[in-house]
Design a protein around this ligand. Structure first.
Ligand code: AMP
Length: 265
């Protein structure tokens, strides 16, 4: 399925004259939520590039104390120990990005055939529900589609294609493999030089990633692409110290429950 489809062009035309929100990158990504400005525009401003945001689940999970059946942090032995997908984000060159563009609300049926892949490689790590663009709460995938995917639609197309495009990029550029092969393996005792992690990715993909850290641990690796999916630099600096950890997954963390959907805290 080509991302540059006639459907995408139709969606672009449909979007002209729509309302959309612009976020300002004070603190891009983890931590502080960006300021959200709602703008009314005659024509939707086309975004400039994509950021593929990949998470290191053990770091994300270390910031949450809650366990529930739906959380990918609570699968015990199966707790993820690979980089997983946070999202594919359309961005502007000035450090801001569009969000919550016009488009269909999330429809779980659209991604039902991808469910097992998404569960494994694009897991929901939190117990709390994510905000959607329609003043409600929903699953993490609904948040990513409505906030980012609708704005990427001129290039990636409909919901199914947004998730497919993201998964394809994830498998094509295997950051976990690159880092593990370079010796950056999960450890609760090692500290790794950030320069070495960046070099490993530069050597493999000939692009410089943006790294995001949390309490001295690597939390995210972001790879940036032009709208025809060639590598380009991300806007915004990495925020990591010179040495970082890549913590191991806590395999003792589990709900100890069957997948009933019931939350325990
Ligand atoms: P975004 O708006 O795409 O930057 O996503 C940020 C929001 O999603 C924040 O509320 C995060 O706590 C939440 N979040 C980030 N990663 C995950 C994840 N893997 N599972 C569930 N929620 C997440």
């Amino acid at each position: 399925m080509s991302p540059h489809s006639i459907t995408a062009i139709a969606i672009l035309i449909l979007f002209a004259g729509s309302f959309y929100a612009v976020e300002v990158a004070g603190d891009y990504g983890s931590g502080t939520e960006p300021v959200e400005l709602v703008s009314t525009v005659a024509e939707q401003r086309e975004f400039d590039y994509f950021a593929l945001a990949l998470q290191w689940p053990p770091t994300y999970c270390s910031s949450s104390t809650k366990c529930c059946a739906t959380s990918g942090c609570c699968r015990g032995e199966d707790n993820p120990s690979v980089f997983t997908i946070h999202g594919l984000w359309p961005d502007y060159n000035d450090g801001t990005w569009p969000s919550c563009c016009s488009g269909p609300a999330f429809d779980a049926n659209e991604i039902s055939t991808l469910q097992s892949v998404l569960d494994k490689y694009w897991p929901t790590l939190s117990c709390s529900k994510s905000s959607t663009c329609h003043n409600s709460k929903g699953v993490f995938w609904a948040h990513e589609w409505e906030k980012h995917g609708t704005c990427a639609a001129p290039v990636t197309g409909d919901e199914t294609n947004y998730f497919l495009t993201t998964i394809n990029l994830y498998f094509k550029y295997n950051v976990t493999e690159v880092l593990f092969e370079a010796g950056y393996v999960p450890s609760n005792s090692e500290q790794y030089p950030v320069g070495g992690i960046i070099s490993a990715i530069e050597n493999a993909f000939h692009t410089t990633p943006q790294l995001i850290c949390l309490n001295g641990a690597l939390e995210e690796v972001r790879l940036c692409f032009t709208k025809d999916f060639k590598f380009r630099d991300c806007v915004g600096a990495s925020d990591c110290p010179d040495y970082v950890s890549l913590p191991e997954a806590d395999t003792t963390r589990s709900t100890g429950q069957s997948l009933s959907g019931h939350e325990t805290y």
